[in-house]
Ligand binder design. Structure first.
Ligand SMILES: [Zn+2]
Length: 155
């Protein structure tokens, strides 16, 4: 899926990595003649690309970004107490991912934009990508909670 560039960092080899709104990084090397991106070598060139979108395949695969850590969680919900908002399409905020943890029973998890439908059970959490609409549905008795993840503060 397309994700806007928030900024750039250089990796240990000195290659430039675009940091995307989702929390993933994507190499934007200038490596002639195979890859010509002379703009990435100047601060002005990089600044001009902030806001441009890159296709993030790691978001398509629902891979939690590296360096993310859980920072809060909801209370436990059951099929009786699940907030209605979770049963309709909703999203997390920019830069916020989540894991849906089922502790008893099973929960249906749907991400329409990815054509994904999963049955979550204890031990198989569902990963929620930042800003991607998703919803859950109960299928009998269930207990679950949602843990929210964001970029850990730099050490
Ligand atoms: Zn991503």
């Amino acid at each position: 899926m397309m994700r806007p560039i928030r900024g750039f960092e250089s990796d240990p080899e000195g290659h430039w990595v675009a940091t995307l709104s989702c929390g993933h990084g994507q190499h934007t090397r200038h490596d002639p003649p195979a890859v010509e991106r002379p703009w990435v070598l100047t601060p002005e060139g990089r600044a001009a690309r902030v806001g441009a979108e890159l296709d993030c395949v790691r978001c398509d695969r629902l891979e939690m970004p590296e360096g993310f850590a859980p920072y809060k969680r909801t209370r436990a919900f059951t099929e009786q107490t699940v907030p209605k908002g979770l049963l309709a399409d909703h999203t997390t905020a920019a830069g916020v991912w989540a894991l849906i943890h089922v502790t008893e029973g099973r929960l249906l998890y749907r991400v329409e934009s990815l054509g994904l439908e999963r049955i979550l059970t204890p031990g198989t959490p569902g990963t929620v990508a930042a800003e991607v609409p998703h919803r859950v549905a109960c299928d009998g008795a269930v207990a679950f909670y949602v843990a929210f993840w964001k970029a850990a503060a730099p050490a």
